[in-house]
Write a protein that binds this ligand. Sequence first.
Ligand code: HAS
Ligand code: CU
Length: 554
Amino acid sequence: MLTQESVYEVTQQDRRFVGAHLLVAIAALSVGSLFGPLQAFEWSGLDLYGLLEPIGLGDYYKGLTIHGVLNALVWTTFFITGFFTLVMIAGLKRPLRYPGLNRAGFYTMVVGLVMAAIPILTGAASVLYTFYPPLQASWAFYLGLTLVVVGSWIEGYGFYLTMAEWRRDNPHTRSPFIVLAALITMVMWQIATLGIAVEILTMLLPAALGLIDGTDPELGRTLFWFTGHPLVYFWLLPAYLSWYGMLPKQAGGKLFSDTLARLAFWLFLLLSIPVGFHHQFADPGVPVGWKYIHSILTYGVAFPSMLTLFTVVASLEYAARKRGGQGLLGWIRALPWGNPVVSAQLLAGILFMFGGIGGITNASYSVNLVIHNTAWVPGHFHLTVASAVTLSFFGISYWLIPYVTGKPLWKEKWATVVNWTWFVGMMIFSNAMHVLGLLGAPRRTELGQAPYVPDEWSGHLFRMSVGGAILLVGVALFVVIAARTAFQKERFGPGEGVEFPIAVSMRDPQLTPLWLDRFKPWLIATVVLIVVAYGPQLFEQFSNASFNSPPISP
Ligand code: HAS
Ligand code: CU
């Protein structure tokens, strides 16, 4: 039966709206990525910051802030909200319920970005992407970040209202997996960001405006990591959405289990937030019992990633065997490696296996004390946010940009080169950083001129800068491909174009249990678990809060 819904065509206006998100995201990535290699070079003794002195960008911490904020926060948030907008429209086969609301959300994010960028560029916010108090930035930085978050909330409300209307029209149908995945991610994000909302509104902004004399660094860190850990799943889950809901189709197969895919996303809603103390194992102000509880829960939140490893690899194996692949592992060669959309996600997944092992290592209280605040940690997060997430987003871009612009991907072969360049560069870079961390090299430090650098480090420091240089080549090529694709004259001819990829599940999703398609039980459990795992400590830290740490403006 051909209903009106099944022939819904995404409008030009919606495509342009999604494209606007991608434009900001990729612009942020291209500026932010310039500052990454500069740090790697500085560490290996080649200080290029001097060259940037005349344009006011010669400061290490300013550069590190630009890199962290633009790459970790802006590239991701704008890409994700844009990608999800299309997932909602194409997944539900209907327009947004209130497009004006989503536009208001997007413009709020843009205003916030500009507001935060000015103090960063003028050196009034060199406080890194974690902006730990008592470091003090300009009020505009905090207000700008707040607006970016509020804008993303507004876009989320637009998604919920669109879903509510679909649900009214389809009371007995299971929601499409990709739509459910996007909504769970947004709900998780909206609960998670309450932490930094409270931190900024009660402490950082009033201190920046001179309304209070100081901050409470311990409470600040607790509130930050309430948001900071789930933030990493806000980045990861859109990549998982693609690995489960799109990659099997792109690889020529089907999703192995719709049920397991949904279960993984619900477990992320449940477990992403009450684990933040694993970033504070070394903080004296948090009692050890609470650290222990969060450590156990961290092993819990690794579980849905293991489910993902199983389900996605099973889907890929099915696809590969359908394409004639054989053998215990030989089938891997039969995957469509020549398709850059696919190879980006496969390579991202392989890098994430190492990133995941590192994460599980970090989560151990005793091992964490060895690697905390060392180069190991940036080694870990470059395998996760800069690989699993960023390389997957590259792969998604290779079909998404053609989809929204109506123009074919510029030089498809070069996109494959980008993927392998990123993979090789990241292998070298992250391995060097992990080793340096084990040798005791501190993170967030200018090492180039440090008197204590032992000779033992120098080979790894050199490898790190070689990896960084390779990564710079990779990202530059990606930006060129994205820009040439979007701004070329050539368009798809009649009958050509990109299809919106939706993987079919091996089993009819209608057979998936209803409790895996309803928010209520999961939301209740999520709130209860947060109250149990965070409530007493938050109460305690608020009761004992003393805003007497004088602000330090770097
Ligand atoms: Fe982490 C620190 C623990 C995952 C990001 N993490 C960080 C920081 C960042 C970050 C940014 O417990 C530093 C923050 C700062 O500035 O201080 N992390 C974990 C654990 C996981 C984990 C247990 N992290 C991530 C992800 C991130 C991310 C994801 C970003 C997106 N992390 C920690 C801890 C710290 C930490 C401590 C504090 C360290 C300290 O002391 O400061 C887990 O979620 C990981 C589970 C993952 C797996 C891997 C499953 C593998 C899959 C691959 C499938 C393969 C495919 C390819 C599809 C178990 C799913 C197949 C290909 C073929 C060819 C067949
Ligand atoms: Cu974490």
